[in-house]
Structures are given as structure tokens and as C-alpha cells.
Design a protein around this ligand. Sequence first.
Ligand SMILES: Nc1ncnc2c1ncn2[C@@H]1O[C@H](COP(=O)(O)OP(=O)(O)OP(=O)(O)O)[C@@H](O)[C@H]1O
Ligand SMILES: [Mg+2]
Length: 403
Amino acid sequence: MVLPSTAELPTTFGRYKLTKVLGEGGMARVYLAQKAGPGGFLTESALKIVKRKAGRRSEFVQLLTREAIIGGQLRHPNIAATRDFDQVDGHYYIDMEYVEGRTLEELMRVAKKGDGFPPILALDLVRQLCRGLAYAHAMCDRDGRPLDIIHRDIKPGNIMVSHHGVAKITDFGIAKAAVETGVVTATNVVRGTPLYMSPEQATGQPLDRRSDLFSVGLILYEMLTGTRLFEMRDIISTMESIARAEIGDAPVLLSGIVPGLGPVFRKLMALHPAARHRDGEELGRDIADVTNRLADAHDIEPDAAAAEALRQLTTDADARPVQPDRHPAPTLPDSLPRADISLFKLDQIDASNASDYMHDSIPPLDSGADPDGLETLPYLDPVIRRTALNLKAVLDSVAETDD
Ligand SMILES: Nc1ncnc2c1ncn2[C@@H]1O[C@H](COP(=O)(O)OP(=O)(O)OP(=O)(O)O)[C@@H](O)[C@H]1O
Ligand SMILES: [Mg+2]
């Protein structure tokens, strides 16, 4: 079965009726789905259906199952609930709480086109993320042993903001299953992740909860400044600046927007996790302090001001629905012109450095067909070659979005 497109809806999928495509990512399409019960009882879900069919014993399904089990245990207002995990005709799906609202990615896009992201709202959302992460990171099993849950893909596209202003983290654990088994294409792994990666993640080091917090820092920066801290210029400088956590005078810039935020940000973005905030709770407290300071300075009440800011932003979004909910997945040309290749200074990439730059778990190249035109760069290590091409796709999609 090919997953139904918008034109084919509504349609039946197991016990569900799929009514609308909510969005699509690298490995799955997300539908608004309804499930009817007796007496007119109706529940709505965001049904995330994995595009690729997989056998029950495949490594991907085993990992996805494990992660869905963990996701299913997380019960927190700032985490979109996982309600069910099953398959229909070989397509695995996750039944998630449907969050009526927008992704943070979309809100940020609207803000960039308008008057910018209101700082009081940015701080409010970050505090909520801290609460959700603090809860998940501290989860223990029944015997009190820590589960060491890490999200690994904290990014604006994985944060839903409900119409009522509640931030909900989606996709807990799913990223890991997808990346470790290579079920998503490298295009989507790289496209989805490196902009918000921690240095330890970019260099393939072991991760802990502080990697997720680093990603939150990058999102906070982008909300407040409208730019990405590690913006892609070329592959070498990008991977190096992530790996070194080069934040330059970002703290000074941020303190100019939110007094007192600079030192908090400097600590959060430390290269070594040990120098960062210990957990979401500690970060949340620091963010609460600067929020209160900002509120006092402007004589506003933070919660009411954040709610009003969100209302304003969504009114703007409704008035100017210029952008689709998601930009289309970048497509790679059949063959790359030489000029594009030079953009990445690929001749400077030494394949022996591959592991310095990239995570070991980048999926292997598919054998057989070469739809991405990878044969045009035969002299490079496959990982680097693929990464370079993917980063080109990232640049293209970023350029498209920022036009
Ligand atoms: N729980 C939810 N409620 C409402 N909409 C959702 C929910 N989860 C996801 N969506 C919508 O579906 C879209 C696609 O989500 P998905 O997780 O498949 O992709 P992504 O996270 O944006 O990217 P990728 O999976 O490639 O990293 C989201 O951008 C969002 O618009
Ligand atoms: Mg997602």
C-alpha cells in the first residue's frame, strides 16, 4: 500500500479514518485520524505512519517498538502522548495525541516575516520545554533505575504549540530508531538534525540529557534573533563550528534582547556538557529568573503577555498564510554541476577525517541505483560525499525558506 495523499482522503486505515494530512517528515506521514466508538464516541489522533513497510523482525521495528514503549510511558503536559503503536498491512504507525496548533518551526517562520518572535513568548516556550525534558530525562523504571531517555532530535519541527499556548514535544525516541537503523535517508537525517545538534552529537560522542538542552539553546537563539547560530555556509565551517560550540558574541547579543540572558546562554552552550546546566529544572529556573526580570522591566505579567504574544503571532500567521506547513523535502539533482560542488570546498575534505565530523551511525549508501547523482563525486568517502550533498539540500531548503 502506498500511503494515501490528500486527494485520496478520507480513507480507512485499520480502525481509523484518515481525514487530513497534517505533515510529512523523513520517515513518516502524519494524518489527522478519527476512531469511532459506541454511541457516537469519537477520538481524534495524529497518526504517524511509517512510509516504508517493514517486517516485524526488522531491526527498525524492534527499535521503534522499544522506543514506542518508552514513549508510551511518558505522561506530561509538555510531551505529546503516545497512545498506541501497531501496524496495518506492514505499515507501522504511532497513534499520538493530536495537538491542535502549529509547529514551532511554522511560528518561527511567521515571526521572521513579521516583527520577530516576541521574547516573552520565546522564554515561556523554553520553560515549558524544560519542564517536559526534565520529566522525561528523569524517568526511571519500576525498580527505580534511570531510563536515561534522551530525545536526540529536539528541533522546531518536533515542537507543537497548541492554540492555548501549550508547548508539546513530539517524537520522543523515534529519532533514535530511525537514525540507528538507517530507515530514514541521510538527506532527512542531516536535514532534520544538524542545525540543532550538540557538539557531542555532531562528533559521534556519547550523549546524555545535556545534549537535548544544548538543542533547546539553539532554538532559543533562533527565536530571539531570527537567525541560526550555526548557519550553514559550507560543510567544513559548519561542522567545525558545531563541533567547537563557537558561539562568538551571541551572549552579548542575547543580553541586549533579554537582560541577563547572556550568561545563562553561555553556560547552556558550553562545549563540555559538564559545564552546562545539569538538567531541565536548573535551566528552567534560570529562564524563569530572566523572564521575571524582563516582566518587571516592562511591567507585564509573563503568562498573560506570552498568551497575548501567541495570539498576535497566530493572527499574523492566519493573515499571511504564504508558507506551506512544511517546505517540501529537498530533492537532489541527478547530477551536480561542478560550481555547486565547489561551494562545499569538497577538495578540502579528507575522508580520513570523516569520523571527526560525522556520527558513525549515518546510514550506509543504498546499493544499486544512484538517484542522488552521487557518482559525480566518486573520489570521496561515501559518508562525506553523502553529507556534502545533503548539506547542499539543507542550504537549498534554508535559502528557499528565508527568501
Ligand atoms: N502530535 C501532533 N499533532 C499535530 N500535528 C502533528 C503532530 N506530530 C506531527 N505533526 C505534524 O506533522 C508534521 C510532520 O511530522 P514528522 O515528525 O513526520 O516530521 P518532522 O519532525 O517535521 O521531520 P522529520 O521526521 O523529517 O525529522 C509536523 O511538522 C507537524 O506539522
Ligand atoms: Mg517530527
